[in-house]
Structures are given as C-alpha cells and as structure tokens.
Design a protein around this ligand. Structure first.
Ligand code: PHE
Length: 445
C-alpha cells in the first residue's frame, strides 16, 4: 500500500527542489570531509581523481536515482517494488533506509560538535595565541566527553526533526530556501577573505597541483567513496527527493545543477581552508581534526578572527542540517508511504531511535569508526552498484531515458545509458571487491 500523492507532499517549485537536493548533497562531506581527505592524500592528486569520479560515476548515478524516484513517485522501497514487482529489488530500498538511519547517527555526532564549536565561537571561548596542543585539548574536551558530545548531538537531532516534521514543502523546501542562500553568501565571503590573505597562493597551489605520481589505488578508492557520499548517492536520498518532483520539471538540468553546485562547494571549501592554513604557516592536517583543531588556532591569526570563526561554524552547521534532513527523510518517507504512519509520529519516533544509535557513536570513537566503515565505505558502494545494475539491466535504460526526457531533458542521454550499464557498475563492483578483498586479507594476515 502506497500513500497517495496528496498526503506524501510535493516540492512547490523547481528552484525549491534544486535548493533542497543541493542542500542534501552539500554537507559535512564537502566542508569537513573533502579538505581533510585531500590533505591526507597529498592535495591535488586527490582533487583530480575526485573530479573524475564525480563526472564518470557521480552524475550518472545521480540521474539514475532521480529518474527512479520521479518515475514512481515513491520512496525507495516502494519505487523498486513498483518497477520490479514480485522481486527481491525492494531490498535495495530497504538497505538504503537502513543506511540512511546509520549514517544519520554518526553524521549527527559530527554535526553536534559543530553546534558545540559555534557555541564556543559565539561566547568567545577561543583564546588568542592558542597553541595546537591547547586546541587539541579543547577538541578532546568536547568530542572525548560523552556527556557534552551527546548533549550537542541531541540539540542537532531536534533541529533535524523540527524541519522534517514540517513535510516537503512546509519543512524541507522552506528551510532549504532560507538556509541555502545564507550558506552561499557566508561561503563566498569566507572564500574571498581566505584567498586575499598573504601567502594564500601556497594553499591554492596545494589544492590544484595535480601530481600524477602521487596517485595510489587507495586514493582512487577514497575519491570514489567521497564522490558517492558527497552527492548523497547509494542509499536512496535522491530517489526520495526525486519522488516529490513533478513530471513537468527538467530532471537532467536539475541533476547537473546539483552536481555542479556540490562540486564547486567542495572546491571552495578547499579554497577557504588551505589558504588560511598557509597564511598562518601551519601544516594541512590529514585527519578529522582539520576543521576542529587546526582552524581554531588559525582564526585567531586572521583579522577579525572570531567573526571568521562564527561564520565558519554557522556555515558548517547549515550545511550539516540541510543534509541530515534528507537522511531522516529517507527513513521517514518509508514509514509514511509503506506503513501509513503519520509524518509527525514517524519523524519523532525515528529521530529519537536514531539518536539512540548516535549515543554510542558519541561515546565511543571505536564504535563510531565501525559504523562509518560499514555504512560510508561498504553500504553506499554496494547500494550504488545495485542501483546501476537495476537501472541498466532490470528497469532498462530505455525506460529511464524516457523518464529523464520528460519535462525537457538534455542531449547526451545515450552516453549516459552506456555509463550506467557498463562503466558505473564495473567501477562500483571494483570498489566493493577491492574493499572486501582488503578486509579479508587484513583479517587473515
Ligand atoms: N552528501 C552529504 C554530505 O556531503 C551527506 C549525505 C550522504 C546526505 C548521503 C544524504 C545521503 O555531507
């Protein structure tokens, strides 16, 4: 049983849809993840591979997900059931629901740290002349204290619930229409400030120095995983958002706009962070602490540094919120569409349930590491692989292209069909295979 269109809701306009989908894509992955992964993998080499991964795998899978969602006007489980009745394909949707739930758990912990840091910036808690060790101690004091971490995670989860309970147009679309423009303005201001600092060019060179000899298989895998995560792919978020879009809108144009926005923001995050690091004479750190440990020591060395800090953590929080609402929406939409729960009840119950999984993530790095491994590394790649196989071989590219053409389309969809049938599944299978091989061999030896 599927809920009818009126009770599921719909985006009110194409712009609203693009802002919401871009809001889902642009998140901690772009501003917290991308710069530190680039730093971990030597800068430019990673950036180049990331751009290739977005074009070759990201955009095709994004269009596949959007077309499945819009063709069926159903959330993932129902969408697969409708296109492949009496088959096991709805399980791919179910995997997506589980993945969304688990990703939201660890995502809200990192987002919670962001809320904590915004609070610190607003209350002028970053002392001037702070050393790296002092900054490390502040981060430890927050992330290493289960109580504080859980408190800020709870605050963030409540914000997410409050948006999602408002529904598509009144909650998600409205929030995105307000938050995304604020986000873009803050981002632009911070990038302009960063690239006009002295020694900024060192940071820019670091990001765009494409050193091909630095490429290793691990960097290739990391770039692919990051491209899927950053575009919110492999777990049905884009199927879900596509299902709330009407057939009059140009799906291909919207999808490409979202991918371009997401990629530009990742690059802009690099242009904001690396020049600031080089200006301060610090080293780009390739770990999760980059925006929480390194940046606070740098803000203070910038003119109007505390303002910079407030703007930065506000920006990070907005990015995280417009993504977390899409994660929760995947889970909620399943219960609304397939189980006939009310939106109000689903949002609160599932948000609270997810918070219960976030608690051990906040309390234990080791537990959080395992959840990240399973869901960020494996589940998204497996989900993307199955979505490609489904679109290319079961539903069929002719039907998918038909859907993509409704409301406009763009030339080149024949090339898309080849990518989705051959290139994407092979690459996704290689990622999954290599990861599992690495896991098995590390367990054996
Ligand atoms: N794309 C988001 C980010 O970059 C994360 C996300 C992944 C959101 C999957 C929804 C689904 O932060």
């Amino acid at each position: 049983m599927v809920a009818d269109a009126a009770s599921r809701g719909k985006f009110g306009s194409n712009v609203g849809f693009i802002l919401a989908a871009a809001g889902s894509a642009i998140g901690l992955g772009n501003i917290w993840g991308f710069p530190y992964m680039a730093a971990q993998s030597g800068g430019g080499a990673f950036v180049l591979l990331y751009l290739i991964a977005v074009g070759l795998i990201g955009v095709p899978v994004l269009l596949a997900e959007l077309s499945i969602g819009r063709a069926t006007q159903c959330s993932p489980v129902g969408a697969f059931a409708r296109l492949a009745p009496r088959s096991a394909w709805p399980l791919v949707g179910a995997l997506g629901v589980a993945t969304g739930f688990a990703i939201l758990a660890f995502y809200s912990v990192v987002a919670g740290w962001t809320v904590g840091y915004l609070f610190k910036a607003l209350t002028f808690q970053f002392e001037s002349g702070m050393t790296h060790e002092q900054s490390q101690a502040i981060f430890q004091g927050l992330s290493g204290s289960a109580g504080q971490s859980i408190l800020w995670t709870a605050v963030f989860m409540v914000l997410t619930i409050l948006v999602v309970r408002g529904g598509i147009q009144g909650g998600i679309e409205r929030a995105s229409k307000i938050l995304m423009p604020v986000f873009f303005l803050l981002m632009l201001a911070l990038v302009i400030r960063a690239v006009t600092l002295s020694n900024a060019s060192g940071g820019i060179r670091y990001l765009f120095h494409f050193d091909l000899s630095a490429i290793t298989p691990t960097i290739v895998l990391n770039a692919l995983a990051q491209a899927l995560f950053s575009l919110s792919l492999g777990m049905g978020a884009m199927i879900t958002y596509g299902s709330y879009l009407s057939h009059e809108e140009n799906l291909v144009g919207a999808g490409i706009t979202v991918a371009l926005a997401d990629t530009s923001i990742a690059l802009m995050a690099g242009l904001m962070i690396f020049p600031a690091i080089f200006h301060a004479g610090a080293q780009p750190a390739g770990d999760e602490g980059l925006v929480f440990v390194v940046l606070p020591t740098i803000f203070d060395k910038l003119p109007a540094g505390n303002l910079f800090a407030i703007a930065f953590y506000a920006l990070l929080l907005i990015a995280a919120l417009t993504s977390s609402i899409s994660l929760l929406e995947v889970v909620v939409s399943y219960f609304v569409d397939e189980r006939q729960w009310s939106r109000e009840k689903s949002t609160w119950l599932l948000g609270i349930a997810c918070f219960l999984l976030a608690v051990p993530c906040a309390a234990s790095d080791a537990f959080m590491g395992i959840v990240i491994q399973i869901f960020y590394i494996y589940a998204l790649a497996i989900g993307a692989l199955l979505i490609c196989v489904f679109t290319g071989w079961r539903w069929g590219t002719a039907s998918a292209v038909g859907e993509l053409r409704r409301g406009g389309g763009l030339p080149g969809l024949g090339g898309w069909a080849v990518l989705i049938r051959w290139v994407c599944p092979v690459v996704a299978a290689l990622i999954v295979g290599t990861r599992i091989w690495g896991l098995v061999s590390s367990m054996l030896g």
